[in-house]
Design a protein around this ligand. Structure first.
Ligand SMILES: NC(=O)c1ccc[n+]([C@@H]2O[C@H](COP(=O)([O-])OP(=O)(O)OC[C@H]3O[C@@H](n4cnc5c(N)ncnc54)[C@H](O)[C@@H]3O)[C@@H](O)[C@H]2O)c1
Length: 243
């Protein structure tokens, strides 16, 4: 039996690595991203790319419908698409707040609802990409941290609500990861070099994690061999929250 997955935010960074690692493990994957670069993932086979905005009203139903139509089943949903916002709270507008919740939280809620009937049939699982910012206080990330805190709590709630129906729900909580997501945030800082130095100083291993390291944790949580793990928030943060 071939396992099947839906991964959002799959064109680059952590999501792309998740798709590549799932493919290497024999999964068939619907890879979703607003960027047409997601089409590149089709080249090596086993991946159905979908260019779609996760905030679209019809997107969750369309994506889950495509996965079940193509594969006949759904075993895994990886909610990974999100945007970062590093901004002092007094400089954060109501529009910033609304836009970040509209991308980082609402689609996760809606993808979960679209996928749960199919996941209940397969006794499948969900892995959400949260953040250490959803677990501890980090300066100038209040709204981003609120969105990731919401993902942490949704993960725990769903894990309990669906444990009896055989659906496992877990999350990863990355620290800084060496992706364009962080590069873009740093470039917007007044002193990018100082910002990078501060980031590295906060990570006891002295470096950012790689997208592959975070993806490996997601694939581990998703694996059928991890059947005893649900409601877990697995940090991949180079020791950040252990300090
Ligand atoms: N990079 C980090 O340091 C870091 C740290 C903690 C948590 N995270 C989390 O990891 C996840 C992935 O981050 P990344 O570093 O790989 O980021 P990234 O920016 O490299 O990749 C995110 C992907 O999501 C896609 N995306 C954005 N908006 C979308 C939309 N509306 N519809 C569909 N796709 C959309 C982007 O096009 C991009 O391909 C996010 O949930 C992020 O919050 C990242």
């Amino acid at each position: 039996m071939e396992l099947t997955a839906v991964v959002t935010g799959a064109a680059r960074g952590i999501g792309r690595s998740v798709v590549e690692q799932l493919r290497a493990k024999g999964y068939r994957v619907v890879a979703v991203d607003v960027s047409p670069a997601v089409e590149e993932l089709a080249e090596a086979g086993r991946v159905v790319p979908m260019v779609a905005d996760v905030t679209g009203e019809a997107t969750p139903g369309d994506v889950i419908g495509r996965a079940t139509a193509e594969f006949g089943r759904l075993d895994l949903l990886v909610n990974n698409a999100a945007r970062f916002l590093r901004r002092p709270i007094l400089a954060t507008s109501d529009a910033d707040f609304d836009a970040l919740f509209a991308l980082n939280v609402r689609p996760v809620f809606r993808f979960v609802k679209a996928a749960l009937p199919a996941l209940t049939e397969t006794r499948g699982c969900i892995v959400n990409t949260a953040s250490i910012s959803g677990l501890i206080g980090v300066p100038n990330q209040s709204v981003y941290a609120m969105t990731k805190g919401a993902i942490v709590q949704l993960t725990r709630q769903l894990a309990i609500e669906y444990a009896g129906r055989g659906v496992r729900v877990n999350a990863v909580a990355p620290g800084a990861v060496d992706t364009a997501f962080m590069d873009e945030a740093r470039e917007a800082d007044p002193d990018p070099a100082a910002s990078l130095a501060a980031t590295l100083a906060n990570h006891p291993i002295g470096r950012m994690s790689t997208p592959g390291e975070v993806a490996r944790a997601i694939v581990f949580l998703a694996a059928p061999e991890s059947g005893g793990i649900t409601g877990t928030i697995l940090s991949v943060d180079g020791g950040y929250v252990a300090r």
